[in-house]
Structures are given as structure tokens and as C-alpha cells.
Design a protein around this ligand. Structure first.
Ligand SMILES: [Mg+2]
Length: 116
């Protein structure tokens, strides 16, 4: 089973994502951007679902740093703000796809399946 990292500071959002993914993927959690960077460095993660707004280090900075170390790991940015500027920023730092919250189950699974 492939492993998806959920980088999410909010417990409810994390539980919802876990519920969506649990039958298809093994899930690990990072609670902020720095934890996401540290966990990605350790390896064993096949794809990252990255919340945009997180403490310590936000999703944009974490994506930028992870992609500079490992450009091939797919990163899907999750954000409550569906504005074009957010999407552009996310793409600029190297994220591969973009999902708006609240996350739709089928959409989420189909996006992940495109990469892993
Ligand atoms: Mg957040």
C-alpha cells in the first residue's frame, strides 16, 4: 500500500482526510510545515497532501523546500481559499495539483490516483 502524508494542523480536517483515504492508502501525519519537511526527508512517503495555512512553516514554504530536495515527490496543495492567486502561488513553488476545501472524496481520490 502506498503512503500518503497529510500535512494538516487542524484535527478535524486531518480526520476527514484520513476517512477518505483509509481504504486505499497508508496515512502519516505532519502537524506543520516543518514536520512535513522532516518526514519527507526521512523517506517512505509516496505523495503529500499539503495544507496551505499551517504554523511554524506554511504549505508554500514547505513545498518549496521539499521540492528542492526531492523534485519527483507529488505534492497536492489543499486550501480553503479557492482564489486564483493562491493557486498560482502554489504552482509557483512547485506543487503538482490543487484541491479546494472542503475536499470532495471522489475528486481527492482521482487526483491522488493520477500520481501514485
Ligand atoms: Mg491549516
Amino acid at each position: 500500500m502506498k503512503t500518503v502524508m497529510i500535512a494538516e494542523d487542524n484535527d478535524s480536517n486531518y480526520m476527514l482526510m484520513t476517512y477518505i483515504l483509509k481504504h486505499n492508502y497508508s496515512v502519516v501525519r505532519a502537524r506543520n510545515g516543518q514536520e512535513a519537511i522532516d518526514m519527507a526527508e526521512k523517506g517512505g512517503v509516496d505523495l503529500i497532501l499539503m495544507d496551505l495555512k499551517m504554523p511554524v512553516c506554511d504549505g508554500l514554504e514547505a513545498t518549496c523546500r521539499i521540492k528542492s530536495m526531492m523534485p519527483d515527490i507529488p505534492i497536492v496543495m489543499l486550501t480553503a481559499n479557492a482564489f486564483d492567486t493562491d493557486r498560482r502561488k502554489a504552482m509557483d513553488v512547485g506543487c503538482d495539483e490543487f484541491l479546494s476545501k472542503p475536499v470532495n472524496r471522489e475528486k481527492c481520490l482521482s487526483v491522488i490516483a493520477r500520481f501514485i
